[in-house]
Design a protein around this ligand. Structure first.
Ligand SMILES: Cc1cc2nc3c(=O)[nH]c(=O)nc-3n(C[C@H](O)[C@H](O)[C@H](O)COP(=O)(O)OP(=O)(O)OC[C@H]3O[C@@H](n4cnc5c(N)ncnc54)[C@H](O)[C@@H]3O)c2cc1C
Length: 511
């Protein structure tokens, strides 16, 4: 017997888990719930990452919750402010009282007989085993491993005698004043670290294998500043949020439709920022904008650091590390007192929790993502995942709304179970249609999307808003049933075999 039972268990007390808790409290206050959090802090990503300059790379008007206005001046906000915002949301709403800290979910077993999940948990540093049960599971466990980041197998890495740092595990006492720093990478983490470290370091080199599109934006949105002076906070927030959402959708679709124009526009901007720089080599990617994510820099800080001579970019492949630096295949040697490997995350799906349905282990890579939140043949489980081309929270907010609609519907109709029915006629496609290396590395672990509704991910907020807020719950795919009444084959059958497909867009990844 499980130690404690809840109507809903949320896994993860990050931006998504806290948002889901708010939604439950607001829409279905009679439901009991708890949040399982592996760490002893609220905030997830925004608590874990402590590297210099850590910040969002999308605006807080869309990364913030729909229900809680972002009232700080900076739209591109620093990590500690986002952490405070999540914690404040939890505290203000008593959500912090519902969190079971140091409770790591390991295994979740569904029983159709009882319409319950039994969740095996490890508690505290001593990893004491415990069991909880719930009728519904919401996975807000993020999308990457917390215990390790990605580190490529660099030749000669062990030979290097300087200081090595991974941004995911930043040493609090690292003093880089006056030091020669090399940041390996070209993603959001690298472009954040370079200008931030250049303020104190002797010199910072961003060493990249190939360039990324970099675009500058004002950290303080002028329209937002104007509106906030004139309107009440909530109304101003909603207006700016609406403007950002529409603008992002229009920009994304124009960029995909007219890639050459978009490319010219972006590169002209960089040329203006760096008039005497080799933009061709260091800032011109081989792919089209939005085939991979664009890197946002606030107030041109990266370009300023380069212009000041405190930072530069080197593009080339590493041949080997030496005792005091890095030798490239071109023969160039980059000296380094400190090497920061901003080489990315290691993807992990649903917090690494093993799933079992009616005694059968579920391989997520063989399941299909229903409406970007549930999985074929897996009852009463929702996973919170954001857009790859817009702020994470936009999709998560809509998903949470959908969950409470579904819970209310089930209560009204006397159902206990909701299961997306596998449809073998739907063609599978990769869930994250992105070419980035870290997605490719993890593809075998990830579920698939389908080639048509409701299995296809459109990465489009406006469309999702219509579907998830107003669309039919009983759509002929989501099967509702009572405890003990569900046919076994629904769970057992994998959707369709995984196939490799061409990939296109982006996922929110910082490095
Ligand atoms: C440096 C960085 C910058 C980013 N910037 C942006 C941005 O600007 N815009 C954007 O849209 N996205 C951004 N992202 C993506 C970002 O992760 C999401 O925006 C958002 O923070 C995800 O929130 P989450 O709550 O879903 O996941 P997380 O923040 O990852 O939180 C997950 C929580 O679940 C807990 N957990 C995990 N597994 C278990 C388990 N088995 N049992 C119990 N608890 C568990 C973790 O401890 C953690 O507290 C960024 C990511 C990084 C790393």
């Amino acid at each position: 017997m499980a130690e404690q039972h809840f109507d809903v268990l949320i896994v993860g007390a990050g931006l998504s888990g806290v948002g889901a808790a708010w939604r439950l409290q607001h829409d279905v206050p009679h439901k009991s719930f708890a949040i399982l959090e592996a760490r002893d802090a609220i905030g997830g990503t925004w608590d874990l990452f402590r590297y210099p300059g850590v910040r969002s790379d999308s605006d807080m008007y869309t990364l913030g919750y729909a229900f809680k206005p972002w009232i700080r001046p900076k739209a591109i906000a620093d990590g500690p402010s986002i952490r405070d915002y999540v914690r404040e949301t939890a505290r203000e709403n008593g959500i912090d009282q519902r969190i079971l800290f140091q409770h790591r979910a390991k295994h979740a077993a569904w029983s159709s007989e009882t319409a319950r999940w039994t969740v095996d948990v490890e508690v505290g540093p001593e990893r004491r085993p415990a069991q909880l049960s719930a009728n519904f599971l919401i996975m807000g466990a993020g999308y990457y491993r917390y215990d390790r980041g990605y580190l490529p197998d660099f030749p000669g890495f062990d030979r290097y005698e300087g200081i090595k740092v991974h941004p995911q595990f930043w040493p609090e006492d690292l003093d880089y004043t006056g030091k020669k720093v090399v940041v390996i990478g070209s993603g959001a983490t690298a472009v954040t670290l370079v200008p931030a470290m250049a303020q104190a370091a002797g010199h910072v080199t961003m060493l990249q294998r190939s360039p990324t599109y970099v675009v500058s934006m004002p950290a303080i949105d002028p329209f937002a500043a104007w509106v906030h002076k004139r309107l009440p906070a909530k109304l101003a927030y909603e207006l700016v949020r609406f403007k950002k959402i529409v603008l992002n959708i229009v920009m994304f679709h124009r960029t995909r439709k007219y890639p050459e124009q978009a490319k010219k526009f972006l590169l002209d901007m960089v040329r203006k920022e760096l008039p005497n720089y080799d933009v061709e080599t260091h800032f011109t990617p081989r792919y089209n904008p939005w085939d991979q994510r664009l890197c946002l820099v606030p107030d041109s800080d990266l370009f300023q650091a380069i212009r000041s001579g405190k930072a530069d970019v080197v593009t080339g492949e590493i041949e080997t590390f030496t005792s005091d630096g890095i030798k490239l295949k071109s023969g160039e040697v980059v000296p380094a007192d400190i090497v920061v490997t901003a080489t990315g995350l290691e993807l992990q799906f649903i917090g690494g929790v093993e799933i079992e349905v009616d005694g059968e282990p579920v391989k997520m890579s063989e399941r299909m993502y229903y409406k970007g939140m549930m999985f074929s043949g897996v009852p009463n489980l929702v996973s919170l995942f954001g857009y790859t081309n817009a702020s994470f929270t936009l999709k998560v907010d809509l998903t949470c709304e959908y969950v409470t609609r579904m819970l209310k519907y089930m209560d009204r109709k006397g159902y206990q179970i909701a299961t997306p029915k596998p449809d073998p006629t739907v063609k599978p496609a990769p869930w994250i249609d992105l070419k980035s290396g870290y997605v490719e590395r993890s593809r075998h672990l990830l579920p698939q999307q389908g080639d048509r509704k409701p299995w296809r991910l459109y990465q489009n907020y406006a469309l999702d808003l219509l579907t998830l807020r107003f669309g039919r719950l009983n759509d002929g795919v989501l099967a509702f049933s009572k405890a003990g009444a569900l046919a076994k084959p629904l769970h057992g059958a994998p959707s369709t075999p995984p196939v490799a497909m061409p990939v296109e867009t982006r996922v929110p990844e910082p490095a």
